[in-house]
Design a binder for this molecule. Structure first.
Ligand SMILES: [Fe+2]
Length: 314
């Protein structure tokens, strides 16, 4: 079992389903919401994710229909076809014909489609980086999970969480052009090597900034090696100048480096790694460290060692 919610997007599904359940309570119950994913449909209900399903084509674009003992309505939003389904009597069909998506659900559904498209693309991109170096196997995914958990603990909004989650997935994308020998280097880096590795924040941010609407994510990636005391790179910013998302990813990134295989790191318990980071005064934002501590305590894993090399571990 995964110890954390894997994605901030779980919260967006819950919000959307909550609004729709309330809005459609007079027509039916046991609401499901589906969207197409490749050749199949992915759906959620109040209890979570539903098994991927293949629906008959007639369900889509036909307005209201009955199928499998349920009432269905298809609609289009953000260039995506959606299906909404309820347990409801045949007599409820008329009410469903006239039903329109409430404005407050629209924002959640738009976020879901935007996020899922990007998530798919970014997941593929990061697999390419993973193949380049053993150092990266699963790193981006674990940093993503830690970052989401810390952001949730800090009470950030769903939009902020989505930005930070995407930035966490992409934080090292700028390493994609670095030679393999440099990524695998076991010893300390010389001046020239260090400059090359440190350029990955700038390169990654420049790559992401090219994508319309991703400016905030580019800014978060740019700052993921900044430190509150100004000793980080590339700009040497101070605590109040660094985006909170960058501060969160910096903590998640270092914590994963300490708790998982790296050529220059040894295996330690979560608590030992956490304490070592805490002793590095000025390196990490105190409020982010406090949030990580609460997450680890809540999960009850503070005293345990990470299970290195297991794909289901974070
Ligand atoms: Fe990095």
């Amino acid at each position: 079992m995964k110890p954390l919610e894997l994605s901030c997007i779980t919260g967006v599904w819950k919000t959307a389903l909550g609004i729709l359940n309330e809005n459609l309570a007079a027509i039916g119950s046991d609401l499901q919401l589906w969207f197409p994913w490749g050749g199949i449909w992915r759906g959620h209900d109040r209890n979570g994710i539903l098994p991927p399903t293949d629906f008959p084509e007639e369900l889509v674009g036909s307005g209201v229909s009955r199928f499998g003992g349920r009432l269905w309505k298809s609609f289009s939003l953000n260039n995506t076809s959606w299906l909404i389904s309820l347990r409801a009597p045949v007599s409820a069909s008329c009410g469903m014909e006239q039903w329109e998506l409430p404005a407050n659900a629209e924002e959640s559904l738009k976020m879901l489609t935007d996020f899922v498209r990007l998530e798919c693309l970014l997941g593929l991109t990061m697999k390419i980086l993973e193949n380049q170096s053993r150092e990266h196997v699963g790193h981006w995914d674990r940093v993503r999970n830690f970052s989401v958990a810390i952001s949730g603990e800090l009470g950030l909004s769903q939009r902020e969480l989505a930005d930070i989650e995407l930035a966490a997935m992409l934080h090292d994308i700028g390493k994609i052009g670095l030679p393999d020998e440099l990524l695998e280097l076991a010893g300390p880096l010389d001046e020239e090597e260090r400059k090359k590795v440190e350029a990955h924040s700038l390169i990654g941010a420049a790559m992401i900034r090219e994508i319309p609407g991703m400016e905030m994510i580019a800014e978060i990636v740019l700052g993921h090696h900044e430190s509150p005391d100004g000793s980080g790179y590339p700009r040497g910013l101070k605590l109040e100048e660094i985006h909170l998302g960058s501060l969160i990813i910096a903590v998640a990134d270092s914590f994963d480096a300490m708790t998982h295989y790296r050529p220059y790191a040894i295996e330690r318990t979560y608590l030992e790694s956490f304490n070592e980071m805490k002793n590095e005064k000025g390196k990490f934002a105190p409020e982010v460290m406090a949030a990580l501590e609460r997450v680890l305590k809540r999960l009850g894993i503070f005293e345990s060692k990470p299970l290195v090399g297991r794909s289901e571990d974070w």
